[in-house]
Ligand binder design. Structure first.
Ligand code: ADP
Ligand code: MG
Length: 359
């Protein structure tokens, strides 16, 4: 199948620095592709290239198989809906804002009004049609931007961090509505975010970007469970990453980190690696009772901090290695900074990454 958008050998330089270098990235018809990366990864730049708003790129961007023609940039832009990170609104009513793209395209006022109302309803702010756009709250403004992007019924929707400035409850509601809307419309969408958890709900596939490059693509669950390298691992919430050493033991490989020798699953050739561990995989216990049946390693640790973390408790250890554990309150030990606790790391929760000096 021909990709709706396909980038190959894409490069953008800014301020004398290469900020985007994408070997290949394709977006299939009807797909919701999430682009995730830290600040400065080049996500917005990529979206701008796709939107035809960054014409100074090198390489190739094909739209349904044809290279983007610099003389047809306006037509390309008009065929897309774009929601920017901080949407600017016209100093007019919400309704007039959503009518505007239709009016530019010569749709008669009565028809434009009818369609604008319809889209305000569909994004859940029909009741705010007569409100001046500038008095809308952050969440309402994002909904307005969404209605304005969709009112022309584009086949492609590009969204740049649409939720990043919203408080948690507003964000959750908007994510749920957007998820429903994307499924109903079967629109091709590219959505940028620095927050991987949003993608678990919204995207069918994710592209993980670091330093202008796509490091890994795959289904969100797959990337979550098998991040390709330590930096991608950090992006999917694997907070514990340590340089370590695989050593051969009598019962298979073990991994040495900060003087500890931890049980791991499978055999690997001895040498330097990075070791990753999700904070929610760590088990803490107040007493020293060993868990004979579980495959893993117990060791004594010293607590540095205990802080509430949403519905979980975040326990940070200082010794024998810096470690973060996220524990449901029911399993949390009653520990204070300075206390000793027993720490258990299940063997099957250790991720071993090849060592490369760039990491
Ligand atoms: P993201 O959206 O992932 O945060 P951007 O695409 O906005 O990243 O930016 C990518 C990189 O390009 C950043 O390092 C940023 O500092 C740099 N950059 C963006 N615009 C300019 C510019 N006009 N001049 C120089 N550097 C820029
Ligand atoms: Mg950005």
């Amino acid at each position: 199948m021909v990709a709706v958008l396909e980038a190959s050998g894409l490069e953008v330089c800014k301020g004398g620095r290469r900020v985007l270098a994408i070997e290949h990235l394709a977006v299939a018809e009807g797909e919701v592709l999430g682009v995730v990366g830290p600040n400065g990864a080049g996500k917005t730049t990529l979206l701008m290239v796709m939107a035809g708003l960054e014409p100074g790129f090198r390489g190739r961007l094909a739209v349904r198989g044809s290279p983007l023609d610099p003389r047809r940039l306006l037509a390309h832009r008009r065929s897309l809906g774009v929601v920017f990170q901080d949407p600017q609104v016209l100093d007019a009513t919400a309704l007039a804002n959503v009518m505007a793209p239709l009016r530019y395209r010569g749709v008669p006022p009565a028809e434009a009004r009818r369609r604008a109302y319809l889209w305000l309803e569909r994004v859940g702010i029909g009741h705010l049609a007569r409100r001046p756009a500038r008095v809308l709250s952050g969440g309402e403004r994002q909904r307005l931007a969404l209605a304005r992007a969709l009112v022309t019924e584009p086949r492609i929707l590009l969204l740049d961090e649409p939720f990043s400035s919203l408080d948690a409850p507003t964000r959750a509601l908007l994510i749920a509505d957007l998820r429903r809307l994307l499924a109903e419309l079967r629109i091709t969408a590219v959505m940028v975010s620095h927050d991987f958890t949003e993608m678990l709900l919204l995207a069918r596939r994710v592209a993980m970007m670091i330093g202008g490059e796509v490091r890994q693509t795959g289904e969100p669950r797959e990337v979550f469970s098998h991040p390709a390298d330590p930096e991608v691992a950090r992006l999917v919430g694997m907070e514990n990453i340590w340089p370590a050493e695989v050593v051969a033991g009598p019962q298979g490989s073990r991994v040495r980190v900060e003087g500890l020798e931890l049980k791991m699953i499978g055999d690997r050739s001895p040498g330097s690696v990075y070791l990753g561990l999700r904070p929610e995989a760590v088990v803490l216990a107040a007493d020293g009772r060993a868990c004979e049946d579980c495959s893993g390693s117990w060791f004594p640790g010293r607590v540095r901090a205990v802080v509430p973390y949403g519905p979980l408790v975040r326990v940070e250890l200082a010794e024998p290695l810096p470690l973060v554990a996220l524990i449901p309150p029911a399993r949390a030990v009653d520990a204070s900074p300075g206390d000793r606790v027993r720490v258990f790391i299940p063997a099957d929760s250790l991720h071993v990454f090849d060592y490369s000096p760039g990491n």
